[in-house]
Design a protein. Structure first.
Lengths: 496, 238
């Protein structure tokens, strides 16, 4: 373990209740016999669990005062990582999304429009505002029967009451209680949650109508009942945190029902191969998509999830032609339960650029209506969601933000399996810290709050439906961006 | 027994049939035959196309000729028996049931097959296989008999690369080409041969009406993951 950079501190108000020691799952705070609290600073991940639960607010975490000698080229992280690799010979493993600030967050350089004088803004408290979204293929033409009546030729689709869904996070990477919270929240909200690649626990079968099941290269937990216990099926090709490589679930998390659901041995690290070994081309992808449709009687939309990479636009075009109904694109900042650090921080492109270029390409090829697009990877708030939709997405999905609603403070220790918030762990003593009912209520609150904000933002623009916002780049202006960036985003500069 | 011509009835006609036993004639590369089938028996005449018996979930699919790519893909239960040879990516991600191929299999057979408790996926190939057999194997049993290839290599390169559980049995004395140092090879003792291999191979032989004795002749080697070299050792947690 790398030397951490935090110090655990407490002030004189401490009542020595030892609650912090009971809450710490990383072994950083110990209740030593007769000596009170002992701090092992190097084990602290700054997850903020002890701070949140201290009844008197006595404990706090600070950055360690000791710093390596300043060097503008080799930073402290660089040197520490070299030390760790020199010691272990290992590939650096981390989790959550890329934390660095060197890659621009384009959402922060895009500003939204609002109505003034010439077209009135709309007050969502007074006037109806449509936030429903339909995901799936649109029929190419309207058909009428011999008596002139409309023929229902609508392919299977998903109906969302809000353009926000929950991203794929697998059982194994996160606990069953998190899955329960996500499923219950999705049902109450009228949106969808996604199983990720670790299969679906049988106790969640009742949430079928709001479940998206995933088929990834490891094919964990994939069988006929699984495919048919879902509203849609997602073929996962890649994910934003680790494009081009497979999955890796640490053996510490493969216990009990995780082992059973995935059908992999307990305690052994499980991997998903980098590619699907039955997909080496768009034609092969089309074959898998169609075999899934065949196995589910053409009753559900099939989604394909890919990571945002350099040539995502032609890839999306291929996916759109493969028979898939929905494309899910996961950007550079997307999270993960475990990924090699170098891959996470250096591979892929930001979601804002990916969505804009995919939307543009599909429009140019006149196949935009053949698929819906879901954007994910670093959506932090409702404004990000609005901007992603205005850049061309039909809906967004949130993973990290959903976990934050459940207590996560993004300490990026998911891969250790010791999550103090009971989220990214399978240790029963930790998973019971998360009450699925209360968790679901918090997720519902979050999404409802964002949905209200989206209505306010749309109302301000004089737009009363998400459909009218989709791809509406006139509503966006850039600041601090160069010509090329503006060109790819398809937006003007502020003041233009 | 009813016979259906796939060129007339299509996949729809087969799917409607339910739990009976039918013969499907006229196959000329039609894909997805037997996809997700839960019950019943299909006897296939001609040459079925890709993704044959994918997600097979309890039914029986018998092919009198060859199968193409991605047969028994993500198969869950039941029996696929191919009297000829199979193409690439046979039994990918298989979770249970039996996939038997009397002839040869192409590249990437048995990749990432699984097992849990009593539930084991079983893949038996009568002839030989291409490269990448049983890569990433997570459980289950793969047997390659090498019938007709005695004294020759019966697997290609990269046999079992990345496997972390399960066993690959080969009826040969030869170590597979460029076997990874993360795997161990051992000779199969008589007891293991009797307990594990004989029941499976006897079943395989009876499905194709061939001599089980010939299939069991000679020694077997087993390839397994080296427990002391797990994936976790590749990583250093930040």
């Amino acid at each position: 373990m790398m030397r951490r950079r935090y110090r655990i501190m407490k002030d004189e108000s401490c009542i020595s209740c030892l609650r912090c020691a009971r809450e710490c799952s990383f072994g950083a705070i110990e209740a030593a016999d007769g000596k009170g609290l002992v701090f092992h600073h190097q084990e602290c991940t700054d997850c903020q669990r002890c701070v949140s639960f201290c009844p008197v607010g006595a404990i706090y975490i600070t950055e360690d005062g000791n710093r390596f000698r300043r060097n503008a080229v080799f930073g402290e992280d660089d040197i520490q990582q070299i030390h760790l690799q020199a010691e272990t010979g290992g590939v650096l493993l981390s989790s959550m999304g890329a934390p660095g600030s060197s890659v621009p967050i384009y959402f922060d350089r895009i500003l939204l429009n609002a109505s003034q004088v010439t077209n009135p803004s709309i007050d969502p408290l007074r006037e109806p505002m449509e936030t429903s979204v339909f995901l799936g293929q649109r029929p190419e033409r309207i058909l009428r029967g011999s008596e002139g009546r409309l023929v229902d030729n609508l392919p299977p689709h998903l109906e969302l009451s809000t353009p926000i869904m929950f991203s794929a996070m697998s059982y194994g990477a996160i606990s069953l209680n998190v899955h329960k919270a996500l499923a219950a929240a999705a049902e109450e909200l009228g949106t969808y949650w996604n199983t990720g690649e670790g299969g679906l626990h049988e106790s969640l079968y009742p949430y079928k109508g709001n479940t998206i099941v995933q088929v990834a290269s490891g094919r964990f937990g994939v069988h006929g009942t699984y495919l048919n216990t879902a509203a849609a099926i997602e073929v996962k090709i890649g994910q934003g945190a680790k494009p081009g490589i497979g999955g890796h679930l640490t053996g510490a998390k493969i216990i009990g029902d995780v082992s059973k659901t995935r059908m992999v041995p307990e305690g052994l690290d499980a991997i998903s191969p980098a590619p699907h070994h039955d997909i080496y081309s768009i034609e092969d992808l089309a074959q898998l998509v169609m075999s899934i449709k065949e196995a589910t009687d053409y009753s559900k939309p099939v989604m394909v999830k890919a990571a945002a990479v350099h040539n995502i636009a032609p890839i999306a075009s291929g996916i759109a032609r493969s028979g898939a109904d929905i494309i899910s694109i996961d950007g550079y900042r997307g999270g993960t339960g475990a990924a090699p650090l170098r891959i996470r921080d250096n591979v892929g492109i930001p979601i804002e650029l990916a969505i804009a270029s995919v939307d543009q390409r599909l429009r140019e090829e006149r196949i935009r209506d053949r698929v819906s697009i879901i954007a994910s990877g670093g959506i932090r708030n409702s404004a990000d969601a609005v901007k992603a939709i205005a850049l061309g997405a039909d809906a967004v999905s949130i993973g990290t933000a959903a976990l934050c609603a459940l207590g996560c403070h993004i300490c990026a220790s998911c891969h250790t399996g010791r999550c103090a918030w009971g989220i990214a762990t399978q240790d029963p003593d930790l998973t019971r810290r998360l009450d699925p009912g209360k968790g679901a209520a918090r997720l519902v609150n979050l999404v409802n709050a964002w949905t209200r904000e989206i209505k306010e933002i749309m109302g301000g623009m004089g737009i009363n439906s998400i459909e009218a916002l989709r791809g509406n780049r006139m509503a966006l202006r850039g600041v601090g961006l160069n010509e090329k960036e503006l060109g790819i985003l398809g937006i003007g500069y502020a003041g233009e | 027994m009813e016979a259906l011509d796939i060129r007339e009835c299509g996949l729809e006609g087969i799917r409607k049939h339910g739990d009976g036993e039918i013969t499907v004639t006229g196959c000329l590369g039609e894909r997805y035959i037997g996809c997700g089938m839960k019950e019943g028996v299909l006897r296939i005449k001609g040459t079925p196309g890709n993704a044959l018996a994918s997600y097979l979930d309890g039914g029986t699919v018998l092919v009198d000729g060859n199968a193409q790519d991605a047969a028994a893909d993500t198969m869950n239960a039941g029996l696929l028996a191919v009297n000829g040879s199979a193409g690439d990516a046979l039994a990918y991600g298989m979770r249970g049931g039996r996939a038997y191929v009397l002839g040869d299999a192409g590249y990437r057979a048995g990749v990432h097959m699984k097992a849990y408790g009593e539930r084991k996926s079983i893949l038996v190939i009568g002839g030989r296989t291409g490269s990448f057999l049983g890569e990433y194997l997570a459980g289950g049993i793969i047997i390659v008999l090498g019938l007709g290839y005695e004294g020759k290599d019966i697997t290609g390169y990269f046999c079992g690369n990345g496997m972390y559980a399960g066993t690959i049995y080969l009826r040969t004395g030869k170590v597979p080409l460029n076997l990874s140092d993360k795997l161990v090879k051992r000779n199969v003792e008589e007891e293991e041969k009797e307990d594990i291999l004989r029941p499976i191979i006897t079943d395989f032989a009876s499905v194709f009406s061939i001599s089980a004795r010939r299939c069991l002749e000679g020694g077997f080697i087993a390839i397994e993951a080296d427990g002391s070299k797990s994936y976790s050792q590749l990583y250093a947690a930040v």
